[in-house]
Structure formats: structure tokens, C-alpha cells
Design a protein around this ligand. Structure first.
Ligand code: C2E
Ligand code: CA
Ligand code: CA
Ligand code: CA
Length: 286
């Protein structure tokens, strides 16, 4: 109950309190969570819109907190960026993910699964870290996989206005054969002509476009925008991936618009690596 006296600073907001406590708890627990082995990765398949085959997966990190249970990345990635933990955490995610991709390739032998790839999110802090290129090279060598197994995702907003110093490591990675994807594309305000300057080979169309394909007929303006993005992307030799596909109708609409690959609950939720084995195998045999 509120105390009498009308001091507005004493007005209780239990939710804000809970958030503050949680935030404090997370801030103190985060730096050691990596050593304690509390992070794990879920994988969400990337599916070819034309033939439905599984082409790879995106690695999505989670934190199994001893008190709060499983926390999604939105709860702790900003904190990790703020504290600098994102660099060792990002290295850990990268190594786990390429190990997983090597195992998928090995277990499935020849065929479509042979080229399964792994998409890993990269925070702008990691891009600014001077060790990025060397760390990545070392991980690929240690694990024993070719660079073409990897696609690094950076948000459009991370690269808007990026100067040459920031783009240099990205170019190095791209020259090695690593794919670079522009994540959440269409939400920023990047000059489309600017795309030529960036060493990207994939555009990941933001979920908001997928959502607007839900209505039938879809919003004609959004249809035109997606059509325009796909045409431009293809003319620049970029592939288009769509995220957040939740229904067959969305998938069909986006396929008709010329998008190349898709990701979303309609195909599979993010899950343990075994799940991708099953999906890729079902795909290869059936
Ligand atoms: P993102 O890269 O845009 O990842 C896609 C998000 O959409 C994921 O949320 C995924 O679980 C969710 N999603 C997938 N399919 C659907 C769908 O059909 N409908 C809806 N409504 N959502 C869908 P998640 O796993 O919570 O990740 C949130 C964000 O956290 C990611 O957004 C990414 O920016 C960041 N993140 C995740 N893992 C890492 C990581 O290892 N490093 C860094 N730096 N960031 C990460
Ligand atoms: Ca992503
Ligand atoms: Ca995204
Ligand atoms: Ca996002």
C-alpha cells in the first residue's frame, strides 16, 4: 500500500520494481554466466521457398538463468554489449555454431544437406572489436570448416553510415568466402544505392513486411515495396531471405514476389540442433 503524505516518489509501481530487480540480478550474474555454462543455442531452419529444402539455420542464443529460467536475447544482449561481454559471448556462439554446422554436414554426407550453412548474429560491438577477423579465422581453422559454412548477420542500422574503418573487417571476411547478411532490412533508412558499398550478399527482409502479407489481399504499397526490394537485390546479385513467416499464405505470397529463402514458425520454431538433423534428413530422403 502507498504511504500517506502524497509524496509522488513513493507511488509504488510493482512492475517497475520487478524490472529493476531483474535487471540488477542480471547485471551481476551476466559476467560469470559464460564460465558457468549457462548459455545455449537454439537453431531455426532456413528454407528454400522454391523447393522447401532446408538450406541452413540461424543460431539464436539463450541464457538458462538459475533463478529466472530461460531468458531470450532481448533480455541480455544489450547488457552484454554494455559490459563488453558480447565479445567473448559472441566468440562462444560462433564456435558452437560452426561446430554444429560441421556436424550437420558430416552426418548428412552428400546431397543438399552437404551444403547446410549456419547464420550467426554479429553485434556492432563485435564489428568494432579489432580481433574480429583473426578470432573468426582461428575458430574456422580450429573447427576445421570452410568459410563458406558461415553467414554473419548484421542489422541494417549497424551498418548505416559505417565508415571505411568499420567496413574493412567486413570486407576481409567477405573476401574469405563468408557471407554477410543485412538483417532487419527495410526498417532503417539506408540509401538503397548505398548497398553497393557494403560487402553483403544477402538481404534479410524485416518481419514487418512478412506480417503485412498476412491480410489478403496484402497491403498494395507493401507489395510494391517488397517487389522493388527483391528486384533491386537480384539485380545486385543479392539473395533475399524473409523472416517471421507464420502462415502458408505468407510463404506463398513471398515466394510469388521472388524471395529466395524463408524462416519462421510456419516451418519451425528455434529448437535444439537435433531438430534440424530431423528436418534436413526428412528433406533429403523424402
Ligand atoms: P533476429 O536476428 O531478427 O532474429 C529473429 C527473431 O525472430 C528471433 O528472436 C526468432 O526467435 C524470432 N522468430 C523467428 N521466427 C518467428 C516467427 O515466425 N514469428 C515471430 N513473431 N518471431 C519469430 P529471438 O531468438 O528472441 O532473438 C532476438 C534477437 O536477438 C535477434 O533478432 C538478434 O538480433 C538477437 N540475437 C540472437 N542471438 C544472438 C547472438 O548470438 N548474438 C547477437 N549479437 N545477437 C543475437
Ligand atoms: Ca538475425
Ligand atoms: Ca532479423
Ligand atoms: Ca530483429
Amino acid at each position: 500500500a502507498k504511504s500517506a503524505g502524497g509524496n509522488r516518489f513513493e507511488l509504488a509501481d510493482p512492475e517497475a520494481d520487478a524490472r529493476a530487480i531483474t535487471r540488477h540480478g542480471l547485471t551481476t550474474a551476466l559476467p560469470t554466466a559464460l564460465d558457468r555454462g549457462e548459455f545455449f543455442i537454439e537453431y531455426q531452419p532456413l528454407v528454400h521457398l522454391g523447393d522447401g529444402s532446408v538450406r541452413g539455420a540461424e543460431a539464436l542464443v539463450r541464457w538458462l538463468h538459475p533463478q529466472y529460467g530461460v531468458l531470450g536475447p532481448d533480455r541480455f544482449i544489450p547488457l552484454a554489449e554494455h559490459t563488453g561481454l558480447i565479445v567473448p559471448l559472441g566468440r562462444w556462439v560462433l564456435e558452437q555454431s560452426v561446430r554444429q554446422a560441421r556436424e550437420w554436414r558430416e552426418r548428412h554426407g552428400a546431397g543438399a544437406a552437404d551444403s547446410l550453412r549456419i547464420n550467426v548474429n554479429l553485434s556492432p560491438c563485435q564489428l568494432r572489436h579489432p580481433g574480429l577477423v583473426q578470432d573468426t579465422v582461428e575458430i574456422l581453422e580450429r573447427v576445421g570448416v570452410q568459410p563458406d559454412v558461415l553467414c554473419l548477420e548484421l542489422t541494417e542500422s549497424a551498418l548505416i553510415g559505417a565508415d571505411d574503418d568499420l567496413l574493412k573487417p567486413l570486407r576481409r571476411l567477405a573476401e574469405m568466402g563468408i557471407d554477410i547478411a543485412l538483417d532487419d532490412f527495410g526498417t532503417g533508412y539506408s540509401n538503397l544505392a548505398n548497398l553497393r558499398r557494403l560487402p553483403v550478399s544477402v538481404l534479410k527482409l524485416d518481419r514487418s513486411f512478412t506480417q503485412s502479407m498476412q491480410q489478403f489481399p496484402a497491403d498494395p504499397v507493401d507489395l510494391k515495396i517488397v517487389e522493388g526490394i527483391v528486384t533491386l537485390a537480384h539485380s545486385l546479385d543479392l539473395a533475399v531471405t524473409v523472416e517471421g513467416v507464420e502462415t502458408g499464405a505468407q510463404a506463398e505470397q513471398l515466394r510469388l514476389l521472388g524471395c529466395d529463402t524463408a524462416q519462421g514458425w510456419y516451418y519451425a520454431r528455434p529448437g535444439p540442433p537435433e531438430r534440424l538433423h530431423e528436418l534436413a534428413l526428412a528433406d533429403a530422403t523424402g
